[in-house]
Design a protein around this ligand. Structure first.
Ligand SMILES: [Zn+2]
Length: 277
């Protein structure tokens, strides 16, 4: 699938931090190369619209708080511009993973914090922390692997799945029925929002995010082997600085082996993207 630079440009909103969703034109059916099966049906217990609305609210709060502490990178920050450039190359390849993307408004922001952290909330709300870029001295290819991974969590709706499971197991089905729209939506939405930043995904979710992210990045023209290098860097950094990303993303040799095994599946996507320029 070729998306011309011009059409990608058109989806770019000059307004700070905002990226328009990849349009239907970019969502031509493409056969996925990595095999992750279908998304968990558990996620249906939490309405996607509600999840995305909560995330949007929570994201605004995070940004407002960062801004009040002078920790929100301005739109002309070179590292933020770099992140936007990378996101612009990945976004056209997200719609094939989730039709809801047509309604998403991707957003990428940079927070000035020493934490090694990056995340993407439901609905495509992304944040990178300066700590992860600087301490790991990430190349563009490596940043693309992290961004693709985080986008994949949102695309595969892992947060919905996680919340649905935690609601059902810890509080019971009555809460699930509340989530399905039978009352006090406002409170529930607020609660969901505060949980988004502390979610820990399962190992399976992590593998899925690694592989889907790898494929999206390869289609965007980013070097697949950077995924392996990235996790080697993560491993080596263990113990340095604040390990927030590592605490939710154990960087074991399994992870690296799984990525390595999938490199041949996406190599041609990378080469095609490079040829298309
Ligand atoms: Zn993850």
């Amino acid at each position: 699938m070729a998306v011309s630079a011009a059409s990608a440009q058109n989806r770019w909103h000059p307004r700070r931090g905002f990226l328009l969703a990849a349009g239907a034109a970019a969502a031509a059916p493409v056969l996925a190369q990595v095999d992750v099966g279908s998304a968990s049906s558990m996620r249906n217990l939490v309405p996607a619209e509600q999840m995305e609305a909560s995330a949007k609210q929570q994201y605004s709060q995070v940004l407002a708080e960062a801004k009040s502490k002078n920790a929100l990178a301005p739109s002309d920050h070179p590292q933020l511009k770099r992140l936007h450039g990378i996101a612009r190359r990945l976004i056209p390849f997200t719609a094939q993973w989730n039709p809801r993307v047509a309604e998403w408004r991707w957003e990428v922001n940079l927070l000035n914090s020493k934490q090694l952290n990056a995340w993407c909330m439901p609905g495509g709300k992304i944040a990178f922390y300066t700590g992860i870029l600087e301490q790991l001295q990430l190349t563009d290819d490596e940043v693309a692997m992290i961004m693709g991974h985080e986008m994949a969590h949102a695309l595969r709706e892992h947060a919905r799945e996680r919340l649905a499971k935690s609601k059902v197991t810890s509080i019971g089905l009555s809460v699930a029925s509340t989530l399905l729209g039978l009352g006090q939506i406002g409170d529930v939405a607020a609660n969901l929002g505060t949980q988004l930043l502390t979610l820990k995904y399962s190992r399976d979710d992590e593998t899925e995010a690694d592989l889907v992210g790898l494929e999206i990045a390869a289609r965007g023209g980013f070097w697949p082997e950077a995924s392996v290098n990235l996790w080697k860097k993560m491993l080596a950094s263990n113990g340095n600085g604040s390990p927030s990303f590592l605490s939710t993303h154990p960087s074991g040799s399994n992870r690296i082996q799984e990525l390595q095994a999938n490199l041949p599946k996406v190599q041609h996507l990378y080469e095609q993207a490079k040829q298309a320029g």
